[in-house]
Design a protein around this ligand. Sequence first.
Ligand SMILES: *C/C=C(C)/C=C/C=C(C)/C=C/C1=C(C)CCCC1(C)C
Length: 250
Amino acid sequence: MTTGNFLSLLLAADLKEGDYVGFTFFVGFMAMTAASVFFFFESTRMEGKWKTSLLVSGLITFIAAAHYWYMRDYWIANQTSPTSFRYIDWTLTVPLMCVEFYLILKSFGAKIDLLWKMIGYSVLMLVAGYLGETVYRDNSVLWGFISTIGYVGILYEVWLGSAKKLSQNSNDPILQAAFTTLAWFVLVGWAIYPIGYMAIETDGWLRNVIPLASLDLIYNLGDAVNKIGFGLVIYSLAVNSMEKQKKANA
Ligand SMILES: *C/C=C(C)/C=C/C=C(C)/C=C/C1=C(C)CCCC1(C)C
């Protein structure tokens, strides 16, 4: 790469006017970077276990920022979906979101099995989704269905299963409120992704409704909401819990 090339990359000068999708990759990169700086700095003033939770929030947005950097580049060069980058990003960040659930429930009795179960569901969801978007695009509905089994597994854990029960039994209204918000993220925020996936041109159910070109717009929007928003819920949970602890000690 020449210096000029590098500079234009840095300044996003090669982003063409009217390239809205490319623009959302750029904004996504900036937003994820800003969020990472925030979470990393804030983690230094947290106490005890909350340091780790904030660090994980920062890692999620930081990993996404790094991928957005490359995805933006890829999009500008090819004007096609950076599917592999996308799925590498998700395969790293979705399990970290499961780690967040585990960390906030740990002091209320969460066992490591819960974490592995949720990570297992995530891997099933993402591997099947990747195959449906790439190798077996003609059968995207079938692979989307298999992927949905993993998604439903995660939904079950946070809405009805052991994660939900641990939250219910915690007797901690601050944790319960945050847990419920996070569960809504998984139900509504995450549902954005299968909707985008249905735009796949071969056999996607919504292919005549959602143009394929919106797939990346939808995924980029979903990522911003789910990664930054999710991290902010963890952040306010940490701040509120620490304040409560201080009051109790006073
Ligand atoms: C930060 C990234 C996140 C939270 C990504 C979440 C991705 C999903 C919930 C993807 C789900 C999919 C299905 C349920 C079926 C179709 C294929 C996927 C992978 C798009």
